[in-house]
Design a protein around this ligand. Structure first.
Ligand code: UD2
Length: 323
């Protein structure tokens, strides 16, 4: 798709994935409206584009239907990235997770329908698969989530499909597998790579919840952004598509790799109790993304980690020697 002059709305634009997507859309010449309630998102994630004439940031909440009706004017495509994002937090606050993820998404679909938005591309999650034994995960495998977060993402995928089937709206769900990279927050509830990078910089040991044998298909955010662009470009609708690197590593391997790449092998990896709601293995079969989106990941995990660490050191003026 030629994004030049297209009107795109990104929900969760001040968040990790939403902000990366927003920067890329602006580079491609789109007009972007970014909305965020700034609960998880940070305005500093948008600091380089706040003055850009093709970008408008509006603070607001996806649970507010009237707000959505106001901002969904002449929008071609919505990228819906706003979410309650933490699996462990969803176990502490299942109602809030449901409210933001399910009610918020339903609001978006309803408002988009009223305002004739052309297409919605939704950020789903590999957590919908839960703990089923078969690997790698294919899209038509059973969805048996084991956390309120996983339930909320599964429900929203189903809504995306139903709005396609019942109302003929164009919707696509991309099932993200553990995304990492620039602008991911280092907070107790953020992704493991961001947390560990913060600890490496502070010369602290890395903590693994469980025996470290759990594995994840860590996917670099630049690949995720590219797949989102492809999902708009290709004439597909009503689809759910895995979006992963297609090459899982265990947490122990990840810890060792991060220490090696940052030349901090003297730091220890320590093991602690497993985390409730944690799935053991997550690994994407990305054949469907290759077929429908012509998507091929460009970053191996190691390349992604290097790129991310370099960005981080430059941005925050940190002194790490990256191998
Ligand atoms: C991530 C996403 C979630 C969802 C899911 C899909 C985040 C914050 N969450 O959940 O939104 O899309 O992927 O599968 O990106 N861990 C440690 N030590 C730490 C922190 C985490 O060992 O200090 C472990 C944790 O127990 C888990 C693994 O690292 O086994 C990954 O945890 P995570 O919080 O980065 O991501 P996950 O898979 O729970």
């Amino acid at each position: 798709m030629n994004f030049k002059g297209k009107n795109i709305l990104v929900t969760g634009a001040a968040g990790f994935i939403g902000s990366n997507l927003t920067y890329e859309l602006l580079k491609l010449g789109a007009n972007v409206i970014g909305i965020d309630n700034l609960f998880n998102g940070l305005i500093e994630n948008l600091e380089e584009i706040l003055e850009n004439k093709s970008f408008k940031f509006i603070k607001g909440d996806i649970r507010d239907f009237n707000f959505l009706l106001e901002v969904f004017k002449d929008i071609d495509i919505i990228y819906h990235e706003a979410a309650f994002t933490s699996v462990p937090q969803s176990i502490l606050m299942p109602e809030s997770c449901n409210d933001v993820n399910v009610n918020g998404t339903l609001n978006i679909l309803n408002a988009a329908r009223k305002k004739d938005v052309e297409k919605i591309i939704y950020a789903s999650s590999s957590s919908v698969y839960g703990e089923t034994p078969s690997l790698p995960k294919e899209e038509d495998m059973p969805r048996i989530p084991i956390s309120p977060y996983g339930v909320s993402k599964m429900t929203c995928e189903a809504y995306m499909q139903v709005f396609h089937q019942v109302y003929g709206m164009k919707t696509v769900s991309l099932r993200y597998f553990n995304v990492f990279g620039p602008r991911q927050k280092d907070s107790p509830y953020s992704g493991v790579i961001a947390i560990w990078l913060g600890r490496i910089i502070d010369n602290k040991e890395l903590i693994i919840f469980g025996d470290g044998e759990q594995s994840r298909d860590f996917t670099y955010v630049k690949d995720v952004v590219r797949a989102n662009l492809l999902a708009a470009e290709h004439e597909i609708s009503g689809e759910i598509i895995n979006l992963g690197a297609g090459s899982p590593i265990t947490l122990t391997e990840l810890g060792k790799l991060m220490l090696k790449l940052t030349n901090k092998e003297e730091l220890k990896i320590v093991y602690s109790d497993p985390r409730l709601g944690d799935i053991m293995h997550s690994f994407a079969d990305i054949s469907k993304a290759k077929e429908l989106l012509k998507f091929q990941p460009k970053y191996t995990q190691e390349e992604g980690l290097r790129d991310y660490f370099k960005w981080y050191c430059k941005k925050y003026n940190k002194n790490l020697i990256i191998s």
